[in-house]
Design a protein around this ligand. Structure first.
Ligand code: PEP
Ligand code: MG
Length: 888
């Protein structure tokens, strides 16, 4: 019932039911919050119900609100359906007033404790309900501490704390223009209003926007009887994970503080102790906690993040939820739980979101560079991956520098929810205090940002940080290794991540599910994952990641080497066909070598080679001085280069003389490329390599274009094959990138062995948005909800319809037509799901995204077979089904 009760409320109700010790309480629903937001006042029925609920709670506990003997105290906490750690407000010790504080003092037999609880309430209440600055209370406390010569808060005795309370009440009255409310029901009502309002505070809105949390109606409010972790030495509070949230290892992992209350652990103000030490301090409680964590993990069949409080040797669980974890931990936990038979492989693949999965491919510090370097300090390795950036000390500076594309590392004593905007844009986060469950650690893990916390050697000054006596001013570049907790005083080179056995096992589950799916079982060649690879190195890379072929080799990228660009420019600048042939004869062996190496690397897997696509002017220098250099190099007049550049200038080059239009008007270029491909295949065959080339013609809009170019290519292949006596089968197909081509796909398919949707151009031409110029209005469109997603990232519904139409029409005349996607969308999980449902044969994406595609398709198969559509609250990339819904 998370939607109605929020995550916290739903879980508390559930664990209370299975016998976990939970302080009794009640939950006000998210629907009440929605009604409040709509009417701007508490619903009348709620106002009527609150006293009844409180009375019932009091009866259960033999306590009463505002009572002068056994006062009932409650906490008031937010809790939405999706966890938003620290973003909304919480009030503790509610129910205390001038009278009940005395009752608490005598019933607890601890006067100091009672007054400490009261001053905390006034502070929190003032801050949350009346927006009073926490700092104002801190200053008053500091003054009283100085007067009493107290070093820390705990040095203040009951009498001193009474002074603090008196002072706090004055501050409250001055700011709120009325005294601190003595009626506990008034306190409760005002607190509920404040928590409801916190749903729309700035940091909660920012958090939802960053995490693309949409469709929730508000927060629930949990009113729960207080238990105290600050009752003395047999009391404490802590946070624990049933497995290590950073590595995924099956060890009980947590931290606690004795004689502490509520947020002390999470806020990272005091550095807490490791959970194991509780075994020597309170062995019975430790044993009970172990039993509870086992029970909770079995019940939820997932790693849990548990908050607990010990009050006078009695253990209470205040919250449990699925623990946030790093990508590596998510994979390890999923794989281990399959092995432990706790979850199925289907569940395992759904357990790792695409964002988390991407995290494991985060860069790391190059081992070679690290060898001779010594870390200047270490902290706790809170979130993995390496980060290099300039030191900033505030969230505002980080945001300002991010706008200028400067990479930064945010260094703080601790972070708070106000820092969320900055934390979202930095490369890494470093804090001097706090543990693995501090705000910085939890939020960074969620964002996949490398983070180190609790670096005690670190001191922060106004404009610099000091580590072990050495000063590093703002702007100094440093490197963090979030996987080990090491900090380096200089920028170190980063390299790509290592693939662990767990990652391979996890991906084998994904592949197994794909192969087992009905459709792939019936048509083993459907749904493959290919790579967009332009060089032999890319091809090897792609194979390592599990590519089943190359779906797009952009040949123009091969012309950009220093030597090659010269020959290519010579070709463009040649004044006649003879001149062009001379330049092409120099390019031919280079292209042949490239194709041979790529096809050898891929062996029997298909390799789709696209003939030249971009407009020619892209290959000529635009600057005058560079044009002069080129003229000198080629022994021609600078004016010739300038004139040719001028001639080739187009107003809309992306819609101009490019793709097959070049092939038709300058046939020598495509002829050379087809020759190079054919000769490379012949070389492969002679070496016993069963190369599977596929020649792809770009930007076809009419079948005539394809017909002409296909005939020319076939003639070359046939002639070379005959000459070499090597039999060659080479598919010839086309990209579908122009809306007309999708609409006329039945005509085009009569001349094509395959289709590959170039969804980059298809999106550009469907919307009429230039691919290169979208940045000037896209952010606005997204913010104003004119567009739900960047259409160049996630397939738009209209483009998806063209893909479906083109596929259907193509196959209506060419039944077995192989159809793929090779635009950027081929690596986007939401678009992969669309491609799968459109009946495509494969998607092709950059080598780095292949594992992501392997997982995404398995997830979609599992979801579809379950025929369940889980709620989409994460980024669309992570939840293909949700995005598909949007695209309908
Ligand atoms: C496309 O248009 O989707 C495509 C793959 O080609 P390019 O990005 O090279 O234009
Ligand atoms: Mg294109």
């Amino acid at each position: 019932m998370k939607d109605l009760l929020g995550g916290k409320g739903a879980n508390l109700a559930e664990i209370a039911k299975i016998g976990i010790p939970v302080p009794p309480g009640f939950t006000i629903t998210t629907e009440a919050c929605a009604k409040f937001n709509q009417d701007k006042k508490l619903p009348e029925s709620l106002v009527r119900d609150i006293p009844h609920a409180i009375n019932r709670l009091g009866t259960m506990l033999s306590k009463k609100f505002g009572n002068t003997e056994e006062p009932l105290l409650v906490s008031v906490r937010s809790g939405a359906a999706v966890s938003m750690p620290g973003m909304m407000d919480t009030i503790l010790n509610l129910g205390l007033n001038d009278k009940s504080v005395k009752a608490l003092a005598s019933s607890s037999n601890n006067e100091r404790f009672a007054w400490d609880a009261y001053r905390r309430l006034i502070n929190m209440f003032g801050n949350v309900v009346y927006g009073m600055n926490h700092h104002t209370f801190e200053l008053a406390l500091k003054k009283i501490k100085e007067a009493h010569k107290a070093n820390s808060d705990t040095d203040l005795d009951a009498e001193a704390l009474k002074e603090v309370v008196a002072e706090y009440k004055l501050i409250f009255k001055k700011h709120a223009k009325k005294p601190f409310p003595q009626n506990p029901l008034t306190q409760l009502q005002e607190a509920i209003v404040a928590v409801f309002n916190s749903w729309n505070n700035e940091r909660a809105i920012t958090y939802r926007s960053i995490n693309n949390i949409k469709g929730l109606i508000g927060t629930a409010v949990n009113v729960q009887s207080m238990v105290f972790g600050n009752f003395g030495d047999s009391s404490g509070t802590g946070v624990a994970f049933t497995r290590d949230a950073s590595t995924g290892e099956k060890i009980f992992y947590g931290e606690y503080l004795m004689n502490a209350q509520g947020e002390d652990v999470v806020a990272g103000i005091r550095t807490p102790k490791k959970i194991e030490t509780l075994n020597s301090q309170l062995p019975k409680i430790y044993k009970q906690l172990i039993q509870i964590k086992d029970k909770l993990e079995k019940h939820y069949r997932d790693m849990q993040d548990i908050e607990f409080t010990i009050e006078n040797n009695v253990l209470y669980i205040l919250q449990t939820r699925s623990g946030k974890r790093t990508g590596n931990a998510a994979i390890k936990i999923a794989v281990d739980m399959v092995k432990e038979k706790l979850i199925s492989k289907e569940e395992a693949v759904l357990r790792v979101s695409n964002e988390l999965f991407e995290q494991v491919f985060h860069p790391q510090i190059d081992d070679k560079a690290k060898k001779n370097k010594k870390a200047i300090a270490t902290g706790s390795n809170a979130s993995p991956g390496a980060a290099v950036g300039a030191i900033v000390l505030t969230s505002e500076d980080a945001q300002a520098l991010a706008k200028k594309n400067v990479k930064t590392i945010l260094v703080r004593e601790q972070t708070s929810p106000e820092d969320i905007g900055g934390m979202n844009v930095v490369e890494g986060i470093l804090t001097s205090t706090g543990g693995m469950t501090s705000h910085a650690a939890v939020v960074a893990r969620g964002m996949g940002t490398p983070c180190i916390v609790g670096c005690s050697a670190l001191h922060i000054e106004d404009d610099a940080i000091v580590i072990s006596g050495k000063k590093f001013p703002i702007g100094t570049s440093i490197t963090l290794d979030g996987s080990t907790g090491e900090i380096y005083a200089e920028p170190l080179p980063l390299v790509e991540a290592k693939i662990t056995d767990d990652i391979n096992t996890f991906l084998s589950y994904a592949d197994e599910l794909r192969k087992k799916s009905k459709r792939v079982k019936e048509h083993p060649s459907s749904f493959a994952i290919r790579a967009n690879a332009d060089t032999p190195a890319d091809a090897r890379h792609a194979l390592k990641w599990g590519a089943q072929g190359i779906g797009l080799c952009r040949t123009e990228h091969m012309f950009f080497g220093t030597e090659r660009i010269r020959h290519f420019r010579e070709l463009i600048l040649a004044s006649d066909s003879k001149g062009r042939s001379k330049a092409l004869s120099k390019l031919l062996p280079m292209q042949r070598k490239d194709f041979f190496q790529i096809m050898s690397a891929m062996e029997k897997l298909p390799v789709t080679i696209r003939l030249l696509d971009p407009p020619l002017h892209e290959f000529l220098p635009q600057e005058e001085s560079l044009q002069r250099d080129l003229a000198k190099e080629l022994g021609i007049e600078p004016i010739q280069v300038a004139q040719r550049t001028q001639n080739l200038h187009e107003h809309n080059p992306m819609m101009g003389h490019r793709g097959c239009r070049l092939g038709i008007t300058y046939p020598e270029i495509y002829d050379m490329q087809v020759q190079a491909i054919t000769e490379a295949v012949i070389q492969c065959k002679k070496k016993g390599i069963d190369a599977k080339p596929e020649i792809m013609i770009p930007l076809v809009g009419t079948y005539q274009e394809l017909e002409i170019l296909r005939k020319r290519a076939e003639a070359i292949i046939t002639s070379l094959s005959a000459k070499s006596r090597v039999s060659i089968t080479c598919k010839i197909g086309t990209m579908i990138e122009i809306p007309r081509a999708a609409v006329k796909a039945d005509e085009i398919a009569q001349h094509a062995d395959f289709f590959s949707f170039g969804t980059n151009d298809l999106t550009q031409l469907t919307f009429g948005y230039s691919r290169e110029d979208i940045a000037s209005f896209l952010p606005y469109y997204l913010e104003a909800d004119i567009l739900t997603n960047d259409p160049f990232q996630t397939l738009d519904s209209a483009v998806a319809q063209l893909v479906t139409l083109g596929t259907e029409k193509g196959r209506s005349v060419n039944k077995g037509l192989s159809v793929g996607i090779c635009g950027e969308h081929g690596g986007d999980p939401a678009s992969i799901a669309i491609a799968y449902h459109a009946g495509l044969s494969y998607v092709s994406c950059s080598p780095f995204r292949i594992p992501i595609a392997r997982l995404a398709i398995a997830q979609e198969i599992v979801r579809t077979s379950k025929q369940s559509q889980p709620r989409n609250t994460k980024k669309t990339q992570s939840t293909p089904v949700g995005a598909k819904r949007k695209n309908k």
